[in-house]
Design a protein. Sequence first.
Length: 283
Amino acid sequence: MSHKQKASFQPDDPDRRAVLCAAGGVALGGIAAALVGNATAFAQETPAATRAAGSLGARLQGVQHFGLTVQDMERAYEFYTEVLGGTEVFRHGDFQGDAVQNTLLADQEILANQLGVNPRTIGVPDLRGGSQRLDVRFIQFDNVVIELLQYRDADRPMGGPKAFAEPVEHMSPAFPRMMHICFHVGDDVDFNRFIADLEAESARRGMTQVRANRIIRVSTEEERKAAPLSANTNKVTVAPSDGWELIYCKGPEGEQLEFVKALGPVKQRFADALAAHLQLAAK
């Protein structure tokens, strides 16, 4: 589908819904099949949420995607496809009109009315009248889809570096409602080297915002850069997280990312939980 094509927002479009479900469902099914063979006895003994017929949980097929609103669509797209290796599912754009405004932003317009302010002052675009537009791109990874969204002024080109609203700065992951995207690194990958290569490749592309934390105390950017390679990985040895390796990293849009490895005991715990979940879902 051409990224220049104009379209109305049609949430019940069966073709669009089928593409989305297939993209996420096939990948999730693959990883589930790879893990489900572990510890079925544990699955029978482990308590889990009820999946009674008609319950909310029984009506779900899992997580389909995570969405990320970006300032610079092309920069974000380059990072998630060319740096991290995702594959574009499709892109769609120029969303505008009453239906999409109501679907995505009704609660924020109600809030603006309650506050007695213009919705624009709290970051609500005018998709209804078409002053702003929404573009999206879906990126497939092995076991999940990421959706990139950009709200832009109508006179700005698709994929450009300017969003409708300025990004929120200095967002600590400790703030409620702050979210992050976590990527699972392969078991046999040198985690310390992966983080170093990620920063180097991002910097080569001018994405200087991509910065990973260190496990040693640093107080300046110079100290962070000068930290030894071994400081790139936090290895957890205390149960029940034993075998977990992680680091937090900011992405090119300032978004919070996490990279993890799950080895040994913690890997088995995830496999057991998945087996228990799938066993319940099959009842």
